[in-house]
Design a protein around this ligand. Structure first.
Ligand code: C5P
Length: 222
């Protein structure tokens, strides 16, 4: 059977990850979190004390990083750099504050885009990010663009971060989200925007289950 690609894009905290993960498990597809890949490169750059405007050094990290996405026994995706599990570390505020500076670099995007296309070629995927429908998989079978109000997105991110053990302030989370969306939306290469053929879903006030039901009914409706 030919493989199927579902693209899910949208701004930070719109509920993409939860929805994409649940959709993938319901369909039996592989879930690919492309934001985690940009975060892993950023994490490595911070560890190596690379300057965030050193495009050459940042591109080189993307080209040489030994990145692996693995699914654990509980069905959660783990991110490994050279075999070390960095799933939790890549969510830290320092990575969040710098990732948009790294992801705007064309050399970094080229490497990760190629990797993402390779993953999609291996089987059916639900791939989540900012440019999946517009750039990575423009021929995706179904494209979604998930949005929500900035307050709701910040609240969601705030709770997620608390749950994984980060002591953060709501005000800082909302500032991070506003700044990140601004940089992501205005970069020259593959900016955050809905593909012309994407279905836009406003997730404000919807539970994760309601979002997934909406996506599923659209996917199965053809
Ligand atoms: O999805 P998440 O919030 O973890 O993504 C982190 C960052 O990675 C985004 O703010 C964006 O700068 C970058 N990103 C991207 N393209 C993607 C996915 C993420 O530029 N497809």
């Amino acid at each position: 059977t030919p493989s199927v690609c579902i693209a899910i894009d949208g701004p930070a905290g719109a509920g993409k990850s939860t929805a994409a993960k649940m959709l993938a498990s319901k369909l039996g597809y592989v879930y690919v979190d492309t934001g985690a890949m940009y975060r892993a490169v950023t994490y490595q750059a911070l560890m190596d004390k690379i300057n965030m405007d050193d495009t050459g050094a940042l591109t080189q990290i993307a080209e040489t990083i030994d990145l692996a996405l693995k699914v654990d026994a509980g069905g959660r995706t783990r991110i490994l750099i050279a075999g070390t599990d960095v799933t939790q570390q890549i969510r830290c505020p320092e990575v969040s504050n710098n990732v948009s500076l790294v992801s705007r670099i064309p050399g970094v995007r080229n490497v990760l885009t190629r990797l993402q296309r390779e993953l999609a070629a291996q089987g059916s995927v639900v791939m989540e990010g900012r440019d999946i429908g517009t750039k990575v998989l423009p021929a995706a079978d179904k494209k979604f663009f998930l949005t929500a109000s900035v307050e709701e997105r910040a609240r969601r991110r705030f709770l997620e971060l608390q749950q994984i053990g980060y002591q953060v302030k709501y005000d800082e989370v909302i500032q991070d989200i506003i700044l990140r969306d601004e940089i992501d939306s205005n970069r020259a290469l593959a900016p955050l925007k809905p593909a012309p053929d994407a279905v836009i879903v406003d997730c404000s006030g919807l539970t994760a289950e309601q979002v997934v039901d909406t996506l599923l009914s659209i996917v199965s409706g053809g």
